[in-house]
Write a new protein. Structure first.
Length: 386
């Protein structure tokens, strides 16, 4: 580990500074805190990562990953800036990398190039189990005593009584609607689950695995027969009920994939030994296994771009970053989706997502494509910079 202690801290920049701008003096000691090498209550072996013992001289630089809005430096709004005053006070330069998803934050932290991350609860245990973060010596954080007691020593931020982050608050899920489109007042999440069909084509949901817990929490209140006590710990029956509820929300996309399965006759044996179709062989083997088609549907669903215009934009860019793709082809009509809904999807994408994507394309390529001249005067000219 470098001189900079690695923290998984859901904290403000000042708390990150204690890790990144203060030199370490761990001398390889600390034992990983909370019993490194032993099995954690979460069910994994705790990596042996040394814990910071004291704070030394500052290093002058702090590299952090944060959600948008967590470490504002005035570049978004000149009136919103708490990074610059901190830098002037401490002499520590703060370099912020915005993380768009928990998965992206985990991937970035594993590069070893960052000192800390504003990790949410669906990422912290992955970072701890992977040895990507160090246990936090809370005695080195004077304001830790002021942190709300019920945020400390939770299953998602500690292991065997050892904290791995500095928690700072809770986030609320809000049920929001357009009052000019939805009459009256909504007072139940049934509006997006059991009664979601009446708002077909107009619902959005959080595109993240942690949304499974939201659905489980809803079923805890509406399906007492499932006996759900903890939305984060489900038995097989409870989990399947949650999955079925979520699939109902996304039935159009699921039906599209089922039609692909039927059209290409993926269920069967004819592709198992066909030369040149090795990738299809793997798909057919999965389809032939018990519950295979459902597994393929789930796999396909996770690949799709869907949601609000903002969600679609971020996912397309994420796909581009991961694959280096230079073009994107969208499908706007799934399964038995009504034509007017498919058209509305297409028009919304063209109005709000495409302009944002085009702003990511080099101006030279835009001008060449519009002029209709030259070797790059075609659709492929509109490529995203890799």
């Amino acid at each position: 580990m470098s001189k900079r202690a690695r923290w998984a801290a859901a904290a403000c920049a000042a708390l990150f500074a204690a890790a990144g701008c203060g030199g370490s003096d761990n001398n390889g000691n600390g034992g990983g805190g909370g019993g490194a090498g032993t099995k954690a209550s979460a069910g994994f072996k705790v990596p042996n990562v040394p814990m910071q013992k004291t704070l030394g001289a500052g290093e002058g630089k702090l590299n952090i990953i944060a959600w948008a809005g967590y470490a504002e430096d005035g570049s978004t709004d000149k009136k919103v800036d708490w990074v610059t005053p901190f830098e002037k006070q401490t002499g520590c330069q703060v370099n912020v990398k915005i993380g768009n998803t928990s998965d992206e934050m985990v991937t970035l932290m594993r590069t070893g190039q960052y000192d800390g991350v504003s990790a949410s609860g669906d990422a912290t245990l992955r970072l701890i189990a992977g040895g990507d973060v160090a246990p936090v010596n809370t005695s080195l954080v004077p304001n830790y005593a002021d942190v709300f007691a019920q945020l400390k020593n939770q299953d998602f931020n500690s292991v065997n009584g050892q904290m791995y982050c500095i928690p700072h608050g809770r986030g609320a899920n809000l049920l929001m609607w357009r009052s000019d489109k939805v009459p009256g007042t909504l007072d139940s999440w049934s509006a997006v689950f059991d009664q979601g069909s009446q708002y077909k084509g107009s619902l959005t949901a959080y595109d993240n695995p942690i949304y499974i817990a939201d659905a489980a929490l809803y079923l805890k209140a509406t399906r007492p027969d499932l006996k759900i006590t903890n939305p984060y710990e489900l038995d097989d029956k409870q989990f399947q009920a949650v999955v079925n509820l979520l699939k109902t929300q996304r039935k159009y996309i699921g039906e599209y994939w089922n039609s692909v399965v039927k059209h290409y006759e993926i269920v069967g044996t004819h592709l198992l030994n066909m030369k040149g179709y090795e990738a299809y062989k793997q798909m057919q083997e999965m389809a032939n296994a018990p519950g295979g088609v459902d597994s393929l549907v789930d796999f396909f669903l996770n690949l799709q771009v869907w949601g609000t215009p903002e969600m679609c934009y971020e996912k397309i860019l994420d796909i581009q970053r991961r694959t280096g793709a230079e073009a994107y082809t969208g499908i706007f009509s799934y399964g038995g989706m009504p034509f007017d809904l498919a058209e509305a999807n297409l028009r919304l994408f063209a109005a709000e997502v495409m302009p944002a994507l085009k702003r990511c394309v080099p101006l030279e390529d835009q001008l060449i494509a519009r002029a209709g001249v030259g070797q790059r005067a075609d659709a492929s000219a509109f490529r995203l910079p890799i």
